[in-house]
Design a protein around this ligand. Structure first.
Ligand code: ATP
Ligand code: MG
Ligand code: FE
Length: 335
């Protein structure tokens, strides 16, 4: 079974061919980072226009690299939401046109289910499990009792982890997207400016806005005195706070829910500090930690194909009459 998958929810245009839900035949990603960098973030209008320019050749490239044609495809899968509506629309319309003209089943996929099921491309999942999703727009702990079932047990009350990374990076005058730069500085740091942690009592929720304010205060106060704090010390202090809270809460959820695995997903899953600290905690807990390889952490269509396969297996076809959904519930999309 070959699924042709499309992802255009934000600023990556991507198409992939996935064989039997787990084998990547191709996964072509065109990133718009260079275009948006000078604006310090994604500009939605520009993003959707660039998707339009890129989508046709990227679909052809995905088929070429797989050594297959449209006639070989069993179904088309596309990110339905959440994301930027103008960006999503480009993928959804492309997918509908293909499905319609070739009379193929069409499957709409939740973007975060995609991030989670990126792990299925490289690991064997065992339920029940707990997923820690950390991305540009989401920070969630999700209990998954069985395949395709999602129960959000905790989430951010303000900024997402990746969003906080990007804002702090911007304050440190690092290029967009700032996550990888902060990560690198934190690894190299020979000191640390201690930052607060938001525990929010015993809940599994997260908050990063207090931490963000604390970091900005340190920067502003130093700069008012005409000094510039060592960027690496700031980065290390910030990252230590983020990582400690994520690891602590994820570890506690694994114990409380009797999870057989802890699964990490989303763009911030590429963070080396987080990967190391979670690896250590999971060793202590005696629970396997599943993480996607670096190139499957950020947005890509292969992960959308992997998630779509769950629905394909159940004969759960979305059909042609769905809309791009900038806001879409993961729990409702799942089972
Ligand atoms: P969502 O998936 O929630 O819709 P998104 O698709 O925009 O949001 P992703 O592509 O999943 O987000 O992740 C991008 C985010 O990951 C950016 O905020 C980026 O800074 C962050 N990121 C990438 N690499 C790292 C890293 N090594 N350390 C920390 N953050 C990182
Ligand atoms: Mg992106
Ligand atoms: Fe994403």
């Amino acid at each position: 079974v070959y699924l042709l998958a499309i992802e255009t929810s934000c600023d990556e245009t991507s198409a992939a061919v996935i064989e039997n839900g787990t084998t990547i035949r191709s996964n072509v990603v065109s990133s718009q980072i260079e275009t948006h960098r000078r604006f310090g973030g994604v500009v939605p209008e520009i993003a959707s226009r660039q998707h339009v320019e890129t989508i046709t050749w990227i679909l052809q490239e995905a088929l070429d690299q797989a050594g297959l044609t449209m006639e070989d495809m069993s179904a088309v899968a596309v990110t339905q939401g959440p994301g930027l509506v103008g960006s999503l629309l480009v993928g959804v319309i492309a997918a509908k046109s293909l499905a319609c003209s070739l009379e193929l089943p069409l499957i709409g996929v939740h973007h975060i289910a995609g991030h989670i099921y990126a792990n299925q491309l490289v690991h064997k999942l065992e339920y029940p499990l707990v997923s820690l999703v950390v991305s540009g727009g989401h920070t969630e702990l999700i209990y998954m009792e069985s395949e395709g079932s999602f129960r959000i047990i905790g989430q951010t009350r303000d900024d997402a982890a990746g969003e906080a990374y990007d804002k702090i990076a911007r304050a440190l005058k690092l290029p967009y997207p700032g996550g990888p730069h902060i990560d690198r500085l934190a690894q190299e740091a020979d000191g640390e400016i201690k930052m607060p942690r938001a525990w929010l009592e015993n809940s599994y929720d997260f908050s990063f806005s207090g931490l963000k304010s604390a970091v900005l205060n340190v920067l502003n106060q130093s700069r008012m005195r005409g000094e510039e704090p060592v960027a690496a010390h700031v980065a290390k202090g910030f990252q230590s706070s983020v990582v400690e809270v994520l690891v602590e809460k994820a570890g506690r959820a694994v114990k409380e829910y009797g999870a057989k695995q802890l699964l990490l997903a989303g763009g911030v899953a590429a963070n080396r500090g987080l990967r190391e600290a979670l690896t250590k905690r999971c060793e202590e807990l005696g629970v396997p930690l599943l993480m996607p390889p670096m190139d499957l952490c950020s947005d890509n269509a292969a992960m959308i194909g992997a998630a779509a396969f769950l629905k394909w297996n159940r004969g759960d076809i979305t059909g042609l009459d769905f809309k791009a959904e900038p806001v879409l519930s993961l729990e409702k999309w799942g089972y």
